[in-house]
Write a protein that binds this ligand. Structure first.
Ligand code: N2P
Length: 339
């Protein structure tokens, strides 16, 4: 019997997920080593699991509507545009009984108040990961423009994040749509460029742990991992002027032909024990309140991953940009990268 007839045979059997394959595309370090195997054992399905390092990388793949992925994890400002591009499939809450495990703070998020298109999964803030030997200790975005750190600074390889830091340094909103403000932010980014070692996302973690990078614009979840590896050497700052907050959300692609199985996967991730084991293994911050309560105090009270509500007041969620300012940002980002 060849492989095709074998698969057709099992697809017709009553346990519909047996032998089916789910294609999951997620950020790096966002599941535990045994998450896929446990789901496969429980569901009888197989999972093809791939990782990406930026929303742009994910979007470039799924844009065609024919990428072969079923489930992705876009950040909050990508949900609206992906929905408008008809890339997302509506969620069926009757297939997600574990939804009530979500932290109340994530049950009605501004980017999708009824959770029709996505379920918040991980979250964090964007700030500065730095070596404690750096004096003065960075506390504001301007620290990433410090001549003394020349060649040992990195910024995220992400236009939204670089504009976010530059705009905050200028006392503006990360979501500015104002052309003058965006041009001024671009000038900041270009002035900073000679000081930079590179634009890096989660890949910066190992370079910071190794001591090669002294200060980096970094996601709190990446910083949390680096600090766990070198707690005596590293620290994270939530910049004084304010900072971006992000939430990565699990969503099903409209192209998926495994919508029910995709819901099973999401419901599995929402199970408090599963979500807790994922964040324990990856040292990330879960949007699952019931899971958070299962964590040891040392993790639950980690100030990088779960800062106080008062501190988060200085944070701003990313919002999707109107198309004119998005176009301007895209053009300016190209200019920054090629300068
Ligand atoms: C993945 C970190 C992603 C956080 N390692 C930014 N959305």
């Amino acid at each position: 019997m060849n492989r095709r007839t074998f698969l057709m045979g099992v697809a017709a059997s009553p346990a519909c997920a047996r032998g089916a394959r789910l294609n999951v595309y997620n950020w790096s370090d966002y599941i535990a080593p045994d998450t896929v195997a446990n789901f496969e054992r429980e569901s009888g399905a197989r999972v093809r699991y791939g990782t990406y390092e930026s929303n742009q990388e994910m979007l470039a793949q799924v844009m065609s509507g024919n990428s072969g992925w079923d489930v992705v994890f876009p950040s909050e400002d990508f949900i609206g545009p992906m929905r408008e591009l008809q890339l997302l499939s509506p969620l069926r809450h009757e297939w997600l009984p574990n939804l009530d495990a979500l932290d109340p703070a994530f049950q009605k998020p501004p980017w999708d108040p009824e959770l029709r298109w996505c379920v918040p999964y991980m979250h964090g803030a964007t700030g500065i990961l730095f070596q404690k030997i750096v004096v003065p200790a960075p506390s504001a975005w301007a620290a990433l423009w410090d001549q003394k750190l020349r060649g040992r600074i990195t910024m995220l390889d992400d236009a939204t994040e670089v504009f976010g830091a530059c705009l905050k340094k200028l006392g503006r909103s990360i979501n500015s749509t104002d052309a003058e403000e965006l041009l001024e932010a671009k000038r900041q980014a270009i002035a900073q460029k000679p000081l930079l070692r590179a634009y890096l996302n989660a890949e910066v973690r190992d370079q910071v742990v190794a001591g090669d990078v002294l200060a980096a614009e970094a996601w709190a979840v990446t910083a949390g991992q680096a600090i766990a590896a070198a707690p005596d050497k590293l620290e994270f700052a939530f910049p004084e002027e304010g900072f971006a907050r992000f939430a990565d959300n699990v969503a099903i692609l409209r192209e998926s032909r495994r919508v029910e199985l995709a819901h099973k996967w999401i419901n599995h991730l929402l199970r408090p024990e599963v979500a807790a084991s994922i964040v324990s293994a990856t040292r990330t911050a879960t949007a699952n309140g019931a899971a958070q309560r299962l964590l040891p105090a040392e993790m639950r009270e980690n100030p990088v991953l779960y800062p106080s509500a008062a501190l988060l007041q200085r944070g701003e969620w990313f919002r999707a940009q109107p198309s004119a300012s998005q176009k301007l940002r895209d053009r300016l980002w190209t200019e920054i990268k090629s300068s």
